[in-house]
Design a protein around this ligand. Structure first.
Ligand SMILES: Cc1ncc(COP(=O)(O)O)c(C=O)c1O
Length: 421
């Protein structure tokens, strides 16, 4: 730990800034090398952007990475999750249960399938869907539960699957924040009935605008192919060595996508995806070491009030790519200082922080106007004051990460000592 004095006066009150200059090297991502450039150029020079040969290779590799039978590439995470929902049978008159504390694309596509969204509570310790708040929301119209591994933290899949299986529901994982993460030793994206993930340029596994649907269920795969991948519906089209479509009810519409949408991924992203996926485990290990180092330093100094949003050590669970990383904030341990004020003080130190995460979806007028039954979710509504964004370190430079940890320690100490107002 560098000898920076974390007891100095806060920058907000005229003290020196804890972070004198932003350190862009710590955050540089994705790592793009000549290997990515060569792979993309190969597609470009072949003018094969709209083909599927590279995409199919990428699909096989990412399916194998997750131990899944099927992977179907999409132009973005939104469409991949759309097809996970349709694949799982979500349609007109149905309901899905979703957390409200997430990005809209975890659930909003259900509206375009003619279904309604029923929002459920998330927990303040994990920021994830609360399994204890699901069962009383299930009706005879419920088809699926969508669950996001929010801000990297793996959702509590065991009880969610137990409830879903007992009621004959599907569980759809949104893996957009947690690529390569584990839940009790199992890779996220390989646990639910289907999974969708974003791989847009800002994500941990970043390959441009891209998305992936993963499933072991042939019916989910075939329904997704038939809905939005017309070029794979023609007789003789193969997925690995098997026919893409086997269901006669889907095969009869060969050549025209049943959903009237075209969800083929362009191959420049697939080419980059193959290279990024190959290097992902090693790069992820460095990213995880950096994020854990940051939080270990903070938690060694601050007993409570400001804690890491990460699963306990030894649980077999981890935050994968740590997209959109949060700290948990408990105002009752911080002299009642609101998270927004705490973040103001951090920003003055040169530590970029914002209170909350995504705005709770159930408070947005869209869902009520679309006919969803909206109920108050008091826990979810409290969450924007119970968490805050922290820097997303990608590279493990101990001395430089300690500067950021010290800034957080400095502000947390001052707030706890009553020096914040
Ligand atoms: C949780 C979550 N789900 C889905 C998506 C949608 O992915 P995309 O932007 O690739 O459509 C995002 C994108 O940020 C996300 O954060």
């Amino acid at each position: 730990m560098p000898a920076l004095d974390t007891r100095e006066k806060l920058a907000a009150f005229g003290g020196p800034k804890a972070i004198a200059r932003h350190d862009p090297d710590l955050f540089d991502w994705p790592i793009v090398t000549a290997e990515d450039e060569q792979a993309v150029l190969e597609v470009l020079r072949r003018k094969a952007m709209s083909g599927t040969d590279v995409t199919q290779q990428f699909e096989r590799e990412i399916a194998a990475f997750h131990g899944r039978k099927f992977a179907l590439a999409h132009p973005n995470g939104t469409s991949a999750l759309h097809m996970a929902m349709h694949g799982c049978g979500v349609g007109p008159g149905d309901e899905i249960i979703s957390p409200s504390f997430t990005f809209w694309a975890t659930c909003t596509q259900a509206l375009s399938l003619g279904a309604k969204i029923v929002f459920a509570e998330s927990r303040p310790d994990t920021l994830n869907l609360d399994p204890a708040d699901i069962e009383h929301r299930i009706t005879k119209r419920t088809k699926a539960i969508t669950v996001v591994h929010y801000c990297g933290y793996p959702a509590d899949m065991d009880p969610l699957l137990e409830i879903a299986n007992r009621h004959g529901l599907k569980v759809i994982e949104d893996v957009s924040h947690a690529h390569g993460g584990h839940y009790k030793g199992r890779l996220v994206g390989s646990i639910g009935h289907a999974a969708g993930m974003s791989m847009m340029a800002g994500k941990a596994l970043a390959i441009g605008e891209a998305g992936m649907l993963l499933t072991d269920d042939r019916q989910v795969f075939e329904r997704a192919v038939a809905f939005g991948h017309y070029e794979r519906t023609r007789p003789g089209t193969k997925y690995c060595d098997e026919p893409c479509l086997t269901d006669p009810d889907l095969m009869k519409y060969a050549g025209i996508p049943m959903g009237g949408v075209k969800y083929r991924l362009q191959q420049l992203a697939s080419a980059m995806g193959r290279v990024q996926l190959k290097h992902y485990p090693a790069r992820l290990a460095a990213l995880q070491a950096a994020m854990n180092r940051f939080w270990d330093l903070v938690e060694a100094e601050i007993p409570d009030g400001v804690t890491a949003h990460r699963p306990p050590q030894g649980s077999g669970s981890d935050c994968g790519g740590w997209y959109f990383p949060r700290g948990l904030y408990d105002p009752s341990k911080m002299r009642g200082v609101p998270a927004s004020r705490f973040c103001e003080l951090l920003n003055k130190e040169g530590f970029h922080a914002a209170a909350g995460a995504n705005e709770p979806l159930h408070l947005h007028p869209l869902f009520k106007d679309a006919g969803c039954k909206i109920e108050p979710l008091p826990v979810t509504e409290s969450l924007p004051g119970r968490c805050f964004g922290v820097p997303w370190f990608k590279h493990d430079h101990p001395e430089r990460i300690a500067v950021y940890a010290n800034a957080l320690i400095k502000v947390a100490r001052a707030v706890r000592a009553g020096e914040a107002s």
